[in-house]
Design a binder for this molecule. Structure first.
Ligand code: ATP
Ligand code: MG
Ligand code: MG
Length: 406
């Protein structure tokens, strides 16, 4: 009898030769940037095969993906070809060819989240229309086509006025602020002019920016990660603190809003809901990402189930994992390019050397082939017993005089 379990395992293996990991579904990811790379890292722990589609031969995910198809995720025939290799198609970037995803879905290709979700999210104006029709509170907004309409919006919303590109926005590239009527035309021009597709938002006088990672399973079960605070530098996410230091009531309101926002979308995966907290305690939605997100990097070290593992579990149909924190506090610090080329690499490596001496710090380097100013090159997560402790560790890591030149 002692050998029976062993035989049973052998039989299973022999009868099903494709068994390789916790799921037999090959996950195809459109995009192979740092988010794709961290998805591959999580996949490797569960022996799930991830193949990525990215135009850059040496994109961050290329070295660790099961396979990398070099090609554009916004090119129809390439996406179609790629989909033949995957059991489920997902994204690490929303700027993909959504018309092709819709066509593929009709042919039976499994896209998670659904193409309808990507279509809504990749156009920020459509996104606002969608969420406002679902009664999610957000800053007032208006489409603009010409000077007359932007002037009308400015008269209504006042200054500063936030002008945004509807499409292809990331890291604040696609946002321009007009401080007065004189700025309107130059702000519009900075975004490429009206023909680019623009809209405006009323300025949100926020006291904090918050974010909630929300996971949705294939069975439509929804779980929220603890609310985090995000701190931006020049429109780019720079520091994330988990949990956010806000009253319990605010936590609840932020989670509820994020839950409702994700409930209004279709498909499985993790979503990031970016929020503004106003001085009077209101929560307004900024935008949603239909994928793992910068504000969830810390979940790798700080939560029982990282956002990357959760995304994979969700899209292949495994049970969702516990999103709660296993450490009392965490801070994520983005390593942004400080300079171009070699000098930039030198500065980043100096910081990493310091991080290596910080208790509770974990280093993630994305292996991007080129260093540019403000580019996300890696991140450092510091975990600890209280926010005070991790903040003190971050401060000591960033202190100039600590420079270690060895
Ligand atoms: P991401 O990299 O998060 O995708 P993005 O390029 O899509 O960024 P947004 O999230 O729209 O840009 O805006 C970037 C930042 O600009 C926000 O995090 C916030 O700090 C600020 N911001 C955006 N909209 C407003 C607004 N209506 N009022 C005030 N500040 C705003
Ligand atoms: Mg965005
Ligand atoms: Mg944003």
């Amino acid at each position: 009898p002692a050998i029976l379990p062993c035989r049973a395992t052998m039989d299973t293996l022999e009868s099903n030769k494709s068994v390789h990991g916790l799921s037999e579904t090959v996950v195809g990811v459109l995009g192979g940037g740092q988010l794709g790379r961290m998805l591959c890292e999580a996949a490797s722990e569960m022996a799930i095969k991830v193949v990525v589609l990215d135009p850059m031969k040496n994109c961050p995910a290329s070295g660790i993906a099961h396979d990398h198809m070099v090609g554009k995720f916004n090119d129809s025939s390439t996406v179609e070809e790629f989909s033949k290799r995957c059991g489920v198609l997902t994204v690490e970037i929303e700027h993909v060819d959504v018309a092709t995803l819709e066509k593929l879905e009709q042919q039976g290709v499994d896209c998670q989240p659904k193409a309808s979700t990507i279509r809504i999210i990749q156009d920020k104006y459509l996104q606002k229309v969608h969420f406002s029709s679902h009664s999610i509170p957000l800053p007032e907004f208006m489409q603009i086509e010409d000077f007359e309409s932007v002037k009308r919006a400015a008269d209504l919303f006042g200054y500063p006025l936030m002008i945004k590109s509807r499409r292809l926005a990331y890291d604040g590239r696609g946002n321009a602020v007009a401080k007065s009527e004189e700025d309107l035309s130059s702000a519009v021009n900075a975004l490429g002019g009206y023909s680019r597709g623009l809209y405006v938002e009323k300025w949100a006088p926020f006291v904090k920016e918050l974010s909630v990672i929300v996971a949705r399973g294939r069975d439509n079960s929804i779980l929220c990660y603890p609310v985090v605070e995000t701190i931006h530098r020049e429109n780019i996410c720079h520091i994330v603190k988990s949990p956010a230091n806000v009253p319990w009531k605010t936590m609840k309101l932020a989670s509820d809003t994020a839950y409702r926002a994700v409930s209004s979308l279709e498909g499985a995966g993790v979503f990031a809901v970016e929020l503004f907290l106003t001085v009077d305690g209101q929560i307004l939605l900024n935008e949603v990402a239909p994928r793992p997100h910068n504000s969830g990097h810390h979940t790798i070290e700080a939560c029982y189930t990282s956002q990357y593992e959760q995304h994979l579990r969700a899209v292949v149909g495994l049970p969702l994992g516990d999103p709660s924190m296993k450490t009392p506090a965490a801070i994520m610090y983005n390593i942004l390019g400080e300079d171009e080329g070699e000098p930039g690499f030198y500065l980043a490596h100096q910081l990493i050397r310091k991080a290596m001496q910080v208790p509770g710090a974990s280093i993630h380097w994305y292996d991007k082939p080129e260093m540019r100013k403000q580019r996300k090159m890696g991140h450092i997560t510091i975990v600890g017993n209280s926010m005070g402790v991790v903040e003190a560790h971050l401060k000591s890591m960033l202190k100039e005089e600590n420079n270690d030149t060895h």
